[in-house]
Design a protein around this ligand. Sequence first.
Ligand code: HEC
Length: 148
Amino acid sequence: MKKYLSVFLVTGLLLAVLRSSDAAEETPEPERDPVTGMIIAEDWELARNNCIVCHSPQQFLRQRGNRSTWQHIVDWMQKDHGLLWLVDPVIEDKIVTYLTRNYAPEEGKYRRAPIAATLLPPNPYVSQAKKEYEEKKAKGLIPVEKAP
Ligand code: HEC
């Protein structure tokens, strides 16, 4: 029994390795800066200099977006998070362009949109959960939300 299990595991491992090397051939890995992990491409230093002052580059490297998303994020950093020194629109545009080109939404990597409620089977726990909620509420066990 144990023998079968290890054969099974080794086969699985082998398949996983083969699959990952296939994927690597399809999309050549871009060159990355060893310190920040950022893709080395036009104007990457501008993005680095301005965007890793307050947080790790992971804050934006794991993000994907089109131009409008990235512009939105940079505006948000300027308005609400203290990125006050980025006032030159030319430099700002270069940073947004770098992010848009190198961190665009990837084909096939979108999250699936949620399935419409009307297409889902009825949730059998819904009435039970509601009953429990009402009982707890009646006993004062549900904290009342206060407006911020
Ligand atoms: C002056 C400080 C500061 C600078 C400079 C800065 N950020 Fe941020 N950033 C923050 C803070 C604070 C947060 C956490 C915001 C939160 O989660 O509410 C954040 C969060 C983020 C996030 C995560 C947002 C999310 O969805 O959780 C992204 C993406 C981001 N920053 C991108 C950038 C980019 C791109 C730049 C460069 C143009 C930049 N930041 C420069 C302060 C800064």
